[in-house]
Design a binder for this molecule. Structure first.
Ligand SMILES: Cc1ncc(COP(=O)(O)O)c(C=O)c1O
Length: 282
């Protein structure tokens, strides 16, 4: 980010972006303004009001939001970027290997391949290695290779991590059944959560929103307080299930964050539903 924008520039960012994007934006020295989550109308108003006052403008968004599992409105964001002469940087961390026909991410899922954008992601989620990538036009990549200090003045990835990442990419391309299995698991779990959508917790009830506001393997169960989230996380862990209890200030409201995998067997998913029922299904 600090290679492409600076003091005379504007960053318009989704407030639910990952911390690394937020900190990268601050480090760039650009003016950073946040638009309402996924709200293209608000973003348009901000572009109309502010764009002309800055040299360059960068729209910044996660593709799959890491704490809610919802997707950014990519086609509309690209239209706005085009209309207001802005760049768009998309963090595909949770979409790589998961979304799109070949697992190429949200860009492929929305049919936006080839549209001008800065597509970046990590090699640390579905790819299960370390490091990250940036994809874009040849001019952009050439520019970053010559102007991004975080690329120039750092040691490259280790051969082992690189080989692991390349092998994972090969598997993603060659074994689409894994992705099919993942999406079957996601659908099954979503459906079961909706069917069992009233759970009683410590004398209070919460209702799982129906349908769950997610379009990814990240499924969230909202809970009333941070303490409830922690307690439920512990109880589930004792039942052999790892579910992260996510609380403010990481997110505005507390929730249990479920992450579905391709390798989960039907038994595993049923075990989760049973454990949630045991906690206090109505
Ligand atoms: C959306 C998003 N972007 C970036 C990152 C950072 O990834 P890494 O840990 O591979 O640097 C994460 C990690 O949690 C993430 O969720």
């Amino acid at each position: 980010m600090s290679a492409i924008v600076g003091k005379r520039d504007l960053i318009l960012a989704d407030p639910y972006n990952h911390s690394s994007l937020k900190n990268g934006a601050i480090l760039s020295g650009a003016t950073v303004l946040e638009y309402a989550h996924c709200n293209v109308e608000v973003l348009k108003e901000m572009l109309e009001r502010d764009r002309a006052n800055y040299r360059r403008c960068l729209i910044l968004t996660d593709s799959v939001f890491s704490m809610d599992g919802d997707l950014c409105p990519l086609p509309q964001l690209l239209d706005l970027a085009d209309r207001f002469d802005a760049m768009l940087l998309l963090d595909e961390a949770h979409a790589t290997g998961v979304l799109g026909k070949t697992g190429a991410g949200c860009v492929e899922y929305f049919g936006c391949t080839g549209r001008p954008l800065i597509q970046m992601g990590t090699l640390s989620k579905a790819i299960a290695s370390l490091g990250g990538y940036v994809a874009g036009s040849a001019a952009l990549i050439d520019f970053l290779r010559n102007r991004a200090p975080s690329w120039i003045y750092t040691t490259g990835l280790s051969p082992a991590d690189t080989t692991a990442a390349l092998t994972a990419i090969h598997i993603i391309q060659q074994e689409p059944d894994r992705r099919t299995q993942l999406w079957q698991n996601i659908r099954w779990l979503k459906q079961s959560l909706i069917q069992n959508s009233k759970f009683k917790i410590q004398n209070s009830k919460f209702k799982i929103p129906s349908p769950l506001p997610t379009q990814s393997p990240i499924l969230c169960l909202p809970v009333d307080t941070p303490a409830t989230a922690l307690n439920l996380g512990k109880t589930l862990q004792q039942a052999g299930i790892f579910v992260s209890a996510v609380r403010p200030p990481t997110v505005p409201t507390s929730r249990l964050r479920l992450t579905v995998m391709a390798t989960h067997q039907p038994d595993h998913l049923q075990q989760l539903i049973n454990a949630l029922r045991d906690i206090g299904c109505c």
